[in-house]
Design a protein around this ligand. Structure first.
Ligand code: SF4
Length: 242
């Protein structure tokens, strides 16, 4: 059974945006864990609420804590540059973290902090309903690739249920500290345009009423077989259901 939250498809886009704004307000005043005490500003997330892609990092750093936005320091600049290299604009994706307040001295988030903050991320995923979740670093990777090692599985794409895939990547800060990992980061990210293209096609198919049946491989899956490009419409519809 999938652990992924159900998408809130019962809501209109306007209602989903309103609910996402409500989450932002809740995060800004949240006192659910001890990270509230040291923060300047909480960082709920930022970007396109209708994106097919959500990036999930670890937690805010120094600059993020001052500005209240995710990935605005050196790591953010690196991420923006890498996205631009593969033809993806940062404004077109949504970016957030597993914890929304800065851990002191950028230490790792504690299990109780991850648990306290997890529901915000779950609700954001249900409302944005991204087809692709890109995990940046160990802590978001663990949510979808439990027990895995980032050095072994970076670049892997996994079907995580509810029509979504997760792509595991190094955290940009780790890539900046380690040049070989920066090269891996760039190579792993090169998969994104293809995944976005497939995700958009899957959404278009769903809008036409060609909903993928439960258990159907998602077009983002690495083992998904491309439908014939020149086949007729019935062939295409059939191939989506195989
Ligand atoms: Fe609340 Fe999350 Fe901030 Fe903890 S890290 S205070 S749970 S918003």
């Amino acid at each position: 059974m999938s652990l992924e939250p159900l998408a809130r498809l019962d809501l209109s886009i306007a209602e989903r945006i309103e609910a996402l704004r409500t989450i932002e307000e809740e995060v800004r005043v949240c006192q659910n864990c001890s990270l509230a005490q040291g923060r300047t500003l909480a960082v709920p997330g930022f970007g396109n609420f209708e994106s097919v892609v959500m990036f999930v990092g670890e937690g805010p750093g120094f600059e993020e804590d001052r500005q209240g936005r995710p990935f605005v320091g050196r790591s953010g600049q690196f991420l923006t540059e890498m996205l631009s290299k593969v033809g993806v604009q940062r404004e077109d994706v949504f970016i957030t973290n597993v914890v929304k307040c800065r851990p002191p001295n950028n230490r790792d988030p504690l299990p109780e902090e991850l648990a306290a903050c997890g529901d915000f991320l779950t609700r954001q995923i249900a409302l944005i309903n991204p087809r692709i979740i890109v995990t940046l670093g160990r802590f978001s990777m663990t949510r979808w690739f439990p027990g895995a090692s980032i050095t072994k599985i970076h670049g892997q794409v996994k079907n995580i249920g509810r029509g979504r895939v997760a792509l595991a990547m190094f955290h940009p800060a780790a890539a900046l500290r380690n040049p070989p990992w920066a090269a891996d980061f760039e190579r792993d990210l090169q998969q994104l345009p293809r995944l976005i293209e497939r995700a958009k096609r899957a959404n278009e198919a769903a809008q036409r009423g060609e909903a993928l049946l439960p258990g159907t491989p998602h077009p983002g899956d690495p083992d998904y077989v491309e439908p014939p490009q020149d086949g007729d419409a019935s062939d295409l519809a059939q191939s989506r259901l195989l």
